[in-house]
Design a protein around this ligand. Structure first.
Ligand code: AFP
Length: 312
């Protein structure tokens, strides 16, 4: 089976391939920590991150492991959900690495899939540039299997970590099905949703007897990376848009190191990723931890959400 390094050799520059290979090695270490019997991963590390979330031991450890990979890759800087500001690294670095080192922290203590999201950027604008300028993006999922979705701008490939810690190719032309009968949203927040989301979800729930003329299922893992892997495998739509709660005027997810890398992967796999109206990849961040409303997945569903937003 094709290795990650063989896949990258013919598709990425030396610097980019080195950075991605380093992140893959970091993911192997994080995966091992999660599985180690001694790990008390859910332990509270005591600090609060830029998201205002209490950091857990694994959040801090994963961040340190990804920072080390960024440094070893010769990156110019490292931006992370777990750090207030960008960390300057190599003065002559040709790329910047942005990451959510441990996505799904609320699932650490309950044995549910979690992951690492990364974006690799040119050094222009200190990394605060629109997502279409990303050099690469990827998602590691630490689940029953440790897997990777990655793009360097020529489609999306999926990989699975083998017993030796090598990532072996599953599919080098990953495509998100255009149609789907599955949506992912935290239904506990239904009373807070704005009218477009209320209408879209109500139409899905109405099923075959409703305006959509087909039945829908609902999934919500609480880990963006786990919902994403399912959507890349069998289609679906993920929604975390703005709602009426204090602090959720721009949803929950962060543009630089969550939504933008996810959007690049989604578009490269033939899907769509928007804030309800605009393509995520067309949005230029003004701050490292900027939030953005996010809906992504099967084109037909994301377009239907867009029609609901256009209707006001
Ligand atoms: P944590 O990493 O703080 O658990 O947040 C995970 C996340 O950003 C994303 O991975 C989930 O899809 C989403 O939050 C879950 O949000 P809710 O807990 O509000 O459902």
């Amino acid at each position: 089976m094709t290795s990650l390094s063989a896949y990258l050799e013919t598709r990425a520059t030396t610097d980019l391939a080195r950075a991605i290979a380093g992140l893959a090695t970091a993911a192997v270490r994080i995966s091992a920590e999660i599985r180690a019997p001694h790990s008390v991963l859910d332990a509270v590390a005591g600090d609060v991150n830029a998201d205002g979330d209490t950091q857990k031991a694994l959040d801090v450890l994963a961040d340190e492991i990804i920072l080390e990979a960024a440094r070893d890759a010769g990156a110019a800087a490292y931006m992370s959900e777990e750090r207030e500001a960008a960390i300057p690294l190599a003065d002559d670095g040709s790329l910047i690495i942005a990451s959510d080192p441990l996505d799904g922290s609320s699932n650490i203590g309950v044995n549910v899939s979690i992951g690492t999201i990364f974006s690799i950027l040119p050094t222009d604008g200190s990394g605060l540039i629109d997502g279409r300028r990303q050099l690469a993006a990827g998602v590691f999922v630490y689940g029953p299997q440790t897997t990777l979705l990655v793009t360097v701008g020529v489609g999306v490939a999926s990989f699975r970590m083998d017993a030796d810690g090598d990532f072996r190719l599953i599919d080098d032309t990953v495509r998100i099905p255009a149609a789907s009968g599955e949506f992912a949203i935290n239904a506990g927040n239904q009373r807070h949703w704005l009218p477009p989301v209320q209408r879209y979800i109500a139409d899905c729930v109405a099923g075959a007897d409703g305006p959509r003329g087909k039945n829908f299922g609902q999934r919500w893992v609480g880990s963006l990376v786990a919902d994403a892997w399912r959507i890349f495998c069998r289609g679906g739509v993920f929604l975390y848009l703005a709602d009426r709660r204090d602090g959720f005027a721009d949803g929950r997810l962060r543009l630089v190191y969550e939504a933008a890398p996810m959007a690049l992967l989604v578009e490269q796999a033939g899907g769509r990723a928007t804030d309800g109206t605009r393509d995520i990849l067309d949005i230029t961040p003004t701050a490292v931890h900027q939030r953005v409303p996010l809906v992504f997945g099967s084109c037909e569903e994301v377009d239907e959400v867009g029609r609901q937003h256009a209707a006001g």
